[in-house]
Design a binder for this molecule. Sequence first.
Ligand SMILES: NC(=O)c1ccc[n+]([C@@H]2O[C@H](COP(=O)([O-])OP(=O)(O)OC[C@H]3O[C@@H](n4cnc5c(N)ncnc54)[C@H](OP(=O)(O)O)[C@@H]3O)[C@@H](O)[C@H]2O)c1
Length: 264
Amino acid sequence: MFRAANRPLVLAHFAMTADGKTSTRAFTPALFTSPADKRRLQEVRSGVDAVMAGRGTVATDSMTMGISRGDLRRDRAARGLPPVPLRVIVSNAGHLDPGWKVFRYSGSPLIVFSTRRMPANIRAGVARKAELFLFPGRAVDLRKSLEILRAEFGVRRLVCEGGGTLLRSLAALDLVDGLRLTIAPVIFGGRLAPTLTGLPGGFLDPPREFEIVRHSVVAGECFLELRKRGASRRRFAPSPHKFDQPAGFWENRKTPSKARAWHP
Ligand SMILES: NC(=O)c1ccc[n+]([C@@H]2O[C@H](COP(=O)([O-])OP(=O)(O)OC[C@H]3O[C@@H](n4cnc5c(N)ncnc54)[C@H](OP(=O)(O)O)[C@@H]3O)[C@@H](O)[C@H]2O)c1
């Protein structure tokens, strides 16, 4: 059940082949879509308060998770929003490299949700560049992470940009409210190339049901917007809103605090 006060609305944005693959069997970056799709990625980002990705995608795609288009940054600023959404990385094992591009980009604060398994030397490097939340046990509590984003950072809309492993975890917890999918006119085949929910594995039980609410064909690709079946339409309205936090909040967050342990 979606309760607006507790967590952000969660969208997932992916590109896939016509046979449902989101990458190659070598887990290389998704290069099978058009420049129009890459532009849309930036547009979808510019419509949310936070962008989330798993460690695998951040590393493979060498992401900044930022917004490179000046017009989109200016448009956000004119709406009273930070020019670039908050960026969020999720990793259970915590083997992140503070030298990655995402840590060098300074357009918006970065938050890392991981566990106490993160090696001490990596913790120190990451905590210098990001706000770090370390959960006890072996796995990040995704639901709690979303609640923290809502309560502490004012995040109302979030887009998960992959990969399949992270999306599957979110779907398993019934935390995906909407999908934005680009279907490219190509097929890859093969069992070892991941789909929207990663490599073939266990069934989602129950299956998560969506309805298609919009579709368009641009540059020979089909773009679909799906909404979780039964979700209220009002929640999806892209309401231009001022950011929830007091003035200066965002800038202050650019100087990260030390790692925080989160205790259940
Ligand atoms: N076509 C597209 O739109 C699209 C989008 C995104 C990615 N991709 C492609 O997908 C491939 C990467 O797929 P992937 O499934 O490996 O990506 P991923 O989900 O980004 O990365 C997997 C890793 O992220 C962390 N993670 C995932 N779920 C987690 C959870 N519930 N809690 C804590 N940590 C979690 C774990 O990191 P640790 O191992 O550090 O614990 C996990 O090993 C790449 O080839 C990329 O290019 C394609």
